[in-house]
Design a protein around this ligand. Sequence first.
Ligand code: BES
Ligand code: MG
Ligand code: ZN
Length: 501
Amino acid sequence: MKISVKKQTLETINSGFLIVNLFAGETKPGGGTGAVDKKLKGLISKNIKQLKFNGSKSGDFFIFDNPKNHTKKIMVISLGKQADLDFETIRQVAATSILEAKKHKVKTVATILHGAGIGNLDAKKCAQTMAEGFLLNNYSFNKYQKNQTANKNTIKEIIICQKNEEKISDIKKGINEGIIFAKGQNFARDLVNEPPEILYPKTLTEIAKQIAKDSSFIDIKIYTKKEIIQMNMGAFLAVDQGSAKDPYFIHLTYKPKEKPVKKIALVGKSITFDSGGLSLKPSDSMVTMKMDMAGGATILGIFSTLNILKPNMEIHGILPACENMPSGEAIKVDDIVKAGNGKTIEVVNTDAEGRMALADALVYAEKLKPDEIIDLATLTGAVIIALGNDIAALMTDNDKLNKKLTTASKLSGEKIWPLPLEKTYQEHIKSEVADIKNIGKKGAAGTISAGLFLKEFIKNTPWAHLDIAGPAWNETKHPLNQQIGGSGFGVRLLLEYILQK
Ligand code: BES
Ligand code: MG
Ligand code: ZN
């Protein structure tokens, strides 16, 4: 599916499907839509009146035949209330419009640039978010199906029409950035969706290796089990202990050509299957646990874009990859293990494994002396109780990181919300026999106690923890997501954070 910009007016394009927009309550649309309305002798405004179309919600639309050729359709879609317009609305509207266009089995779709006219938003960013909307909507994971019926696409090209010469180059740049962001996210989705007998630690290393091979700016170091033992990563090794498959510790490094303005480390939970271990999950809860490497998948999605985006920043990607399985050799509850920084952990529940694997990864990350560390992890079921399926929890004591990630969240449309690293809850992870234990107080702030556990493995580097257990997995279909499964959450969020000045 090609996305391009043309210096042409919409109605002159030979396309089976034209998309225009309006704001809630508009009866005589202006801007690009107004121009088309004029060419159609007021047919759009006539339809608005006849249908009593209000467009009070963004994404509301109507479709009618082009009177000059009845096989051709015109779609009028609402951007919602003008005062509420933001980039996420544009992303969603773009996705909804393409979802409808697909139903009409057209080859070419032409649209105006949403939001940059009367909406007055930055043209480049509008184009970026539109491209994201198109490509995220179009994602499907059906390689294991004989009849690939879901989310079928006939659209070969989407053309964004723009009369204004000055905006064209910005729109082009925006489209390109949107394509890269969406590709990175869809790449992460693919990794999460692969079944656990296909994607396990060893095969994950092969994917990471390929990313490094494809870029002269990216290097990779993969540690084997023997080397992981030598690095004293007792907590990570404890998680792997019951698995028949070998663990790997993956470290990707991106270095820009010029002197980097700063150095960051991204750490991703990469449990390729979480059965719970001896603290076995009930069958129903175990389904979807191939997603427990979503943090790592997001980091690989990000790295897959860096060769093109070329940010002026040194970026480390760290993935402690293993399975969490029960067996005669598995780590037991009551066991005490020692992490890379010498701290001992009492294992009270082997299903609280993510924090143990991450503990060693955070210690490793801090040794690289980064300016900032961010970890992403499908860490707790409790975060879904707290924030639901659409919002990740952000935990940090660093105001700067908090602000930057909040801004990135607004731009990317990937929702995050802060939870406190409440000091008094430290009590919850106190152990009688070790330095800390791996679970908190039953039924009380499970997401925060997991965050506090991780904090034990950071000395003084600015650090933020994102618990993505909710949004990493798409439970339902919506315009940006036609595939139940991995969402690739965090790719756009962290790319916006990386590209911030
Ligand atoms: N992988 C899970 C968390 C999870 C749950 C992710 C649901 C996505 C959806 C994690 O390893 C886990 O099992 N956490 C336990 C911790 C508990 C034993 C303290 C949980 O949340 O139940
Ligand atoms: Mg390389
Ligand atoms: Zn678990």
